[in-house]
Write a protein that binds this ligand. Structure first.
Ligand SMILES: Nc1ncnc2c1ncn2[C@@H]1O[C@H](COP(=O)(O)OP(=O)(O)O)[C@@H](O)[C@H]1O
Ligand SMILES: [Mg+2]
Length: 322
């Protein structure tokens, strides 16, 4: 089966592939394909469009990259074995872990949806700490990349959460790589580099908070929607591929938009339309309850039951209601 998750094998670069000279390598990097894995898993049409390769060359390079990485077709049995490699990361709340099927799962995108102030960032900040727990405590014993699109990452809050989990804040802070994204193109660019960063920085989690705000702010009006969705699609595809290649979770936050079509019940729906819905592996809708309490609900899942739970925001980040 595909051996793409190993970190001990010798890392091969783009130039190791016969047929890639310095010029092609440079073109690929400029378009965001920094590793052989990214090249192997890119649709050849995408390589034609974004790198400017001929169709023949694009097909030949992606086939060769797959060969070199030993990526081939998989049987259902092999896929089941791969599913067993899925790791789970605790959110800090057992109730929330439970409705997620045992924690945030690797090889997929978890989307946290909710209004401003509902606690999406608080969950992300908590995950920055729990990902560093050892596996027996629900962590992944690893580092995290935090793509901060809204400028709301707070190291002081990490210090507080770490202390209240009995951890030395300095050790925890060192393992959080923060990348501030200043606009949607910048965010896409960082997204394209994550695949390589995961390798070099030994990351076990990638967070994008939020995935949508720059896109919504920059693409205003009906005429720009198709273009926005196309860019968002590519951005999410890259993130999903990174999650799959490296067997790690990717967590993104999303806003809500008013839904005029609904007369009853909640009157808002996740932003990002069907692209967002399609590319998220699991979606959690969060709403406010009394004081620091929050209600989380699994929506649109193909395999998780539509469960609900209550958690709270506290000095430990997020945790169960005591
Ligand atoms: N240190 C803290 N202790 C308890 N609650 C906090 C703390 N910091 C922030 N909160 C609560 O978290 C909420 C804001 O959550 P946030 O994650 O910023 O929302 P979102 O990202 O969904 O807009 C507020 O209700 C705030 O009271
Ligand atoms: Mg936020």
């Amino acid at each position: 089966m595909a051996e793409t998750t190993g970190t001990t094998e010798t890392i091969k670069g783009l130039e190791d592939l016969p047929g890639i000279g310095p010029v092609t390598a440079q073109k690929l990097r400029l378009a965001g394909y920094n590793t052989l894995e990214a090249l192997a898993l890119a649709p050849s049409r995408e390589l034609v469009d974004t790198v400017g390769l001929s169709e023949e060359k694009a097909i030949s390079l992606s086939l060769k990259a797959r060969e070199m990485l030993d990526i081939k077709f998989q049987t259902a049995e092999e896929l089941l074995i791969q599913r067993k490699e899925i790791t789970r990361l605790t959110t800090g709340s057992k109730a929330l872990d439970e409705i997620l099927g045992g924690g945030v799962e690797s090889r997929g995108i978890l989307e946290l949806i909710g209004e401003f102030g509902v606690g999406k960032t608080q969950i992300c900040l908590t995950l920055c700490v729990t990902v560093q727990f050892p596996p027996e405590s629900g962590g992944l014993d690893g580092r995290v990349l935090y793509i901060d699109a809204e400028g709301t990452f707070r190291p002081e809050r990490i210090v507080e959460i770490s202390r209240n989990h009995g951890l030395e804040p300095v050790d925890i802070l060192k393992n959080i790589v923060v990348a501030r994204a200043f606009n949607s193109d910048h965010q896409i660019l960082i997204g394209e580099k994550t695949d390589e960063l995961v390798k070099t920085e030994n990351l076990k989690l990638v967070i994008v908070d939020s995935i949508i705000s720059h896109f919504r702010a920059e693409y205003i009006g009906r005429g720009t929607l198709a273009n926005r969705q196309q860019k968002l699609n590519r951005h999410l595809h890259r993130l999903l591929r990174t999650a799959e290649i490296h067997n790690i979770p990717v967590v993104v936050t999303n806003q809500v938009v008013a839904s005029p079509a609904m007369f009853f019940g909640p009157s808002n729906k996740p932003a990002g339309g069907h692209i967002m819905a399609h590319l998220s592996t699991n979606r959690v809708f969060i709403r406010k309850s009394k004081k620091s309490r929050r209600i989380a609900k699994i929506i649109d899942s193909s395999y998780l039951p539509e469960a609900e739970c209550v958690f709270m925001i506290s000095d430990k980040g997020i945790e169960d209601v005591s």
